[in-house]
Design a protein around this ligand. Structure first.
Ligand code: C5P
Length: 245
């Protein structure tokens, strides 16, 4: 499928229209950003690693009955996806308290959260993605109560499936961010990506970080190796042969 017009260029992905009106082509670029885009680097293979990892994870979620935007991965860094009307909400699920949660609230870093905590942030760079509650989301008219309930329900389902999936790969799923959109029928579908850019992943034995937090902490030279480690642990031998990363 050929790219047509650029619909949206985000910090690390570009979305294009294609001949099929109900699909889009998402190109995962090699850009890496942190701090609302304040810091930006280009890292070889990063786009492909994220697209391949995200595709694998979306397939795992589909097997668990969760609908995703994924249609196909025709090239290592190019995903064909269902066209969705994206909801400007970042749904964050946390199994362990760390990151912005411990900066804003009196949680001790590393405290397990059971049940997991679901948080929603308004996706808006100008306002620095402020945290939402149901009243604010409804007043902003970005979601109905029914939508919000569905987002929380789906986010917890994603968490359950991925906690188990990563655990088998010797990885702790600490927290992650997901985004949803509505398809032409108004059904809420998981979109965007799930990759080491959008998750905190810790090695089960050493608690070493295997995700974008390394970049946030300035350990730029360790980032790609960490993403490759995640790739190596979650892909089957057959998949590794196919993608040859
Ligand atoms: O920074 P914070 O602790 O709020 O991040 C929680 C989780 O959401 C982390 O896994 C982080 O990678 C992810 N996140 C993201 N995009 C954002 C904000 C957070 O992927 N804009």
């Amino acid at each position: 499928m050929e790219k047509k017009e650029l619909i949206n260029s985000g910090k690390v992905k570009s979305v294009y229209s294609c001949e099929d009106d109900d699909k889009v082509i998402i190109e995962f670029r090699d850009d890496m950003t942190a701090g609302d885009g304040a810091r930006k680097e280009v890292m070889d293979n990063k786009g492909s690693l994220n697209a391949i990892i995200s595709t694998k994870i979306f397939r795992v979620l589909e097997e668990n009955g969760i609908k995703t935007q994924l249609v196909d991965l025709p090239e290592k860094n190019v995903m064909v996806a269902k066209k969705l009307e994206m909801i400007p909400i970042e749904v964050i699920v946390r199994n362990i308290a760390t990151g912005s949660l411990v900066r804003k609230y009196p949680f001790e870093d590393g405290t397990p959260l059971d049940p997991p905590l679901v948080q929603m942030d308004f996706k808006d760079d100008e306002y620095h993605d402020p945290m939402l509650n149901d009243s604010i989301a409804k007043a902003l008219k970005i979601a109905t109560q029914e939508d919000l309930d569905k987002l929380k329900e789906l986010a917890l389902k994603v968490n359950e499936a991925l906690k188990e999936f990563f655990d088998k790969a010797g990885i702790i799923l600490v927290d992650f961010k997901i985004e949803f959109g509505k398809d032409a029928d108004g059904e809420i579908i998981l979109g965007d990506e799930i990759s080491p850019d959008s998750c905190r992943l810790w090695d089960k034995e050493t608690l070493d970080m295997l995700d974008k937090e390394l970049f946030r902490k300035g350990k730029d030279n360790e980032v790609i190796d960490a993403y490759i480690e995640v790739y190596n642990r979650i892909m089957t031998d057959e998949e590794k042969e196919k993608y040859d990363m």
